[in-house]
Ligand binder design. Structure first.
Ligand code: NAD
Length: 362
């Protein structure tokens, strides 16, 4: 069956890792018609917008997409394209498997943790009140009047909404994921001891939904303790479900446990649309150098192939990637024991080695 898939190459090093990813996916023999529609900084220069309507239209039509990273300028300028797409399509679940691959430098072995992060609410909802703006001062007065709490007048304020419906959706997704993928345990992460009306609500919802899944063990952890435990004994964790901000931070922490951003894939899932992308950013300093590691985007393609029910192709691609990493010969600088190793290959050469292995395995 032919699949039509939206491909957003991204900017910075995005186009290089996207090209490498397309190459290895095609080598599996899966029949894909790539609907290439870029977004990001380079598109802005030509079209005056970082996220043209044609990109959204393509995703609406194809329902499945894969994207390279897109740069978000810090402080000023446009809001993140990545955050915008998650909101527009209500891609409420961000799924980030963190799995050990022999050959990747790491302090730990045999880890296989999946982070399920809520993707639309919390402090990422974009409800912000800027310093000294009339509406900010009005809000400060309102809070003094209603709550008798004096917020300093020289404050900026960001709002953290967490809903019952949003929490139910992500928590149920995590348990369903666990069931479908033969996982044993789901851990709910929160700071309900301090933040009672948002994290408290998340925790209450977690405990309620957990009862619907008696076959899956459940437990909850306060986020600071979770950080310590992940560093001390990560092997006891399986699936974690978290509100947006903690999910963002813990998914980078968990990526670090298995060897870093270069090997951390991700999926943004909604009821209708799924968008796959690496956890890492556009690493702009390496743009055009054929240097960065394409593994994270390739592993995101593995998740994509599973999503479109091409399980065999997904397995072959993952095995080929794992083989090349373990062999350690045709890998990028960051996968070599010494980052200055002159035998490191470029992005496209690593992809070529994976293609050769796929041909051997298929
Ligand atoms: P980054 O992930 O781009 O880079 C962080 C560090 O990791 C860099 O030192 C880089 O050398 C290294 N690195 C990242 N990817 C690598 C790879 N594939 N191979 C080898 N090394 C790699 O993070 P940043 O510097 O904080 O962000 C750069 C830009 O990317 C920012 O504008 C940020 O907003 C954006 N960003 C986009 C996404 C996305 O598109 N989903 C995600 C995160 C950051």
């Amino acid at each position: 069956m032919k699949h039509k898939i939206t491909l957003i190459p991204g900017d910075g090093t995005g186009p290089e890792i996207s090209e490498a990813t397309v190459k290895v996916v095609e080598a599996t023999g899966v029949d894909i018609d790539w609907d290439v529609n870029n977004a990001g900084a380079e598109v802005y220069e030509k079209e005056g917008t970082v996220l043209p309507e044609r990109v959204l239209e393509s995703l609406r039509k194809n329902k499945v997409g894969i994207k390279g990273p897109i740069t978000t300028p810090v402080g000023t300028g446009f809001r993140s394209v990545n955050v915008a797409m998650r909101k527009i399509f209500n891609l409420y679940a961000c799924v980030r498997p963190c799995k050990s691959y022999p050959g990747v430098k790491s302090r730990y072995e045999n880890l296989n943790i999946v982070i399920v992060r809520e993707n639309t609410e919390d402090l990422y909802a974009g409800i912000e009140f800027e310093l000294n703006k009339p509406e900010t001062l009005e809000l400060i007065d309102f809070i003094k009047e209603k709550k008798d709490i004096a917020i300093k007048r020289d404050s900026g304020i960001s709002i953290k909404p967490i809903s019952v419906s949003g929490s139910e959706k992500i928590i149920r997704y995590a348990f369903e994921y666990a069931k479908k993928n033969n996982r044993k345990k789901v851990t709910g992460v929160h700071k309900a001891n301090i933040i009672k009306f948002t994290d408290g609500l998340f925790l209450e919802t977690f405990r309620r939904i957990a009862k619907e899944y008696p076959g899956i063990e459940s437990e909850d952890r306060i986020v600071d303790n979770m950080c310590m435990q992940l560093v001390q004994k990560p092997e006891i964790y399986d699936v974690l479900v978290l509100p947006n901000l903690y999910g963002d931070i813990i998914s980078d922490l968990a990526a670090g446990l298995v060897g870093g951003l270069g090997v951390a894939p991700g999926a943004n899932i909604g009821d209708e649309i799924a968008l796959f992308e690496a956890t890492h950013g556009s690493a702009p300093k390496y743009k055009g150098l054929n240097k960065v590691n394409p593994t994270a985007m390739m592993l995101s393609a593995v998740l994509m192939l599973k999503h479109i029910n091409e399980q065999k192709a997904a397995d072959v691609l993952e095995s080929a990637i794992a083989y090349i990493i373990k062999q350690g010969k045709y890998v990028t600088y960051d996968l070599k024991p010494n980052r200055n190793d002159p035998s490191a290959v470029g992005t496209s050469e690593m992809a070529d080695a994976i293609v050769r292995k796929i041909k051997e395995l298929s």
